[in-house]
Design a protein around this ligand. Structure first.
Ligand code: FEO
Length: 409
């Protein structure tokens, strides 16, 4: 059952988190398998003469969110609502919040945010809306709120808020991840270690299409000094970063840049009747002989891995090996879809080796080659043949791996 966490984070200024833990969700954005669930984080800051709410929650959990909000404030006392990003996982409960607030609060966001909110929830929601410009500062409750736009991280509407005097960085999606961490912050290293792979998966699936903007926007925040200076980073999903605030953006930078983990090679294949699998066993054996550590995903008549998990393993792999059957003069459908998403969401300059098996005509290898050569990935070799791998095929497969190793060295 979805759970509610309401905790005080700071005494001075008085800051609370209202966190809805969504363990009911199965497919984020109706696409990405997340058995690990997700949290929707909203924050409430009580200042002298002002009460500021940062983002809200998903519509489905409006009642639960309102219960949490009422534990820390009478909604009528909220003076400002900052909307960093309008995707409905952070704004779905907004109409109910405004209703309970009597439409007293001023909404703050970008021009895009105003336009999107009006489209999602109607004109009334944006009647009292202040549109910010990049870098604009506002005095609220005696504090300086600096609003910084971070477009395409991951929507055009996206911005973050830096509360200058208290060095608090409210970052919404940026700095977030999947999963329902057992704590609200990064103070327990074991929890952080468990959580970071969910962050990578989140970055690739949700922000990956625009991953070059991750690096650009973090560079922008660093040049403004707010990342190094922040005492706390408060994202819209997952853990709050206060023990080591820099760590989450460093992680984002590594994923954005596709920084590899030494010797990790991602191996993805389908095998309908074992012909591709026999080839991949040779490939994996050769990889291990060279000290490589293959991470393997296979689509067979017994198993179907989640594409979201595969995507999460792309950024820190040194190389990728794709094995595919030819299926109705095409790439096997599962591999076709997986590749489509890899090229779209996790498009990095990494070497790729292609392995194919076919019955009457080899098509998959060529088609994958075309996809790869049009992407940022580098095509190393294609080894494709009919049915059972013969000794000469085995030699070509091993040679393909050796070419890949040379490429990496
Ligand atoms: Fe968490 Fe892009 O919404």
């Amino acid at each position: 059952m979805p759970n509610l966490k309401v905790e005080k984070i700071l005494d001075d200024p008085e800051l609370y988190i209202i966190r809805v833990d969504d363990d009911r969700i199965k497919y984020f954005e109706a696409t990405w398998d997340i058995p690990e669930g997700i949290t929707y984080n909203s924050y409430l800051l009580k200042l002298d003469g002002a009460v500021v709410l940062f983002d809200v929650s998903k519509e489905e959990y409006t009642e639960l969110f309102m219960e949490g909000l009422r534990k820390v404030v009478d909604p009528r006392e909220i003076t400002h609502i900052v909307t960093h990003h309008t995707e409905p996982d952070h704004t779905g409960a907004l109409p109910a919040v405004l209703e309970a607030n009597g439409y007293r609060a001023q909404l703050i966001g970008t021009t895009f945010a105003k336009r999107f909110l009006e489209g999602f929830y109607g004109e009334k929601v944006v009647e009292n809306f202040h549109t910010i410009n990049d870098g604009e500062e506002m005095k609220i409750g005696g504090k300086t709120f600096r609003f910084i736009t971070v477009p395409w991280l991951h929507w055009p509407d996206t911005m973050i808020t830096y509360v200058v005097e208290d060095k608090l960085l409210f970052s919404c999606d940026a700095g977030g991840g999947y999963g329902i961490p057992r704590s609200i912050d990064d103070s327990d290293e074991e929890i952080v270690e468990e959580y970071l792979p969910h962050v990578t998966k989140y970055i690739v699936t949700v922000i990956g299409h625009y991953h070059k903007y991750i690096v650009q926007n973090i560079k922008k925040l660093k040049s403004l000094g707010v990342v190094e200076e922040a005492r706390m980073i408060l994202p819209g999903h997952g853990l709050i970063w206060k023990k080591d605030p820099m760590r989450i953006f460093e992680h984002y930078e590594r994923v954005g840049a596709g920084t590899p983990t030494k010797d990790k090679v991602l191996v993805i294949y389908d095998s309908m009747y074992g012909f591709v699998e026999r080839r991949m066993k040779i490939i994996i054996d050769e990889l291990r002989k060279h000290g490589k550590k293959p991470v393997i995903y296979r689509f067979t008549d017994k198993e179907t891995p989640a594409v979201s998990d595969i995507l999460g393993d792309v950024p820190d792999s040194e190389a990728i090996i794709i094995g595919a059957s030819t299926y109705e003069a095409e790439i096997h459908p599962r591999i076709r879809y997986t590749l489509y998403e890899i090229v779209d969401k996790a498009n990095y300059e990494k070497p790729v080796l292609i392995v194919g098996a076919f019955g009457w005509a080899g098509v998959a290898g060529k088609k994958i080659e075309t996809l790869i050569t049009r992407s940022k990935f580098d095509h190393v070799d294609t080894v494709e043949s009919r049915g059972m791998p013969r000794p000469e095929d085995e030699e070509k497969l091993r040679e393909g791996v050796r070419k890949l190793i040379t490429w990496l060295s």
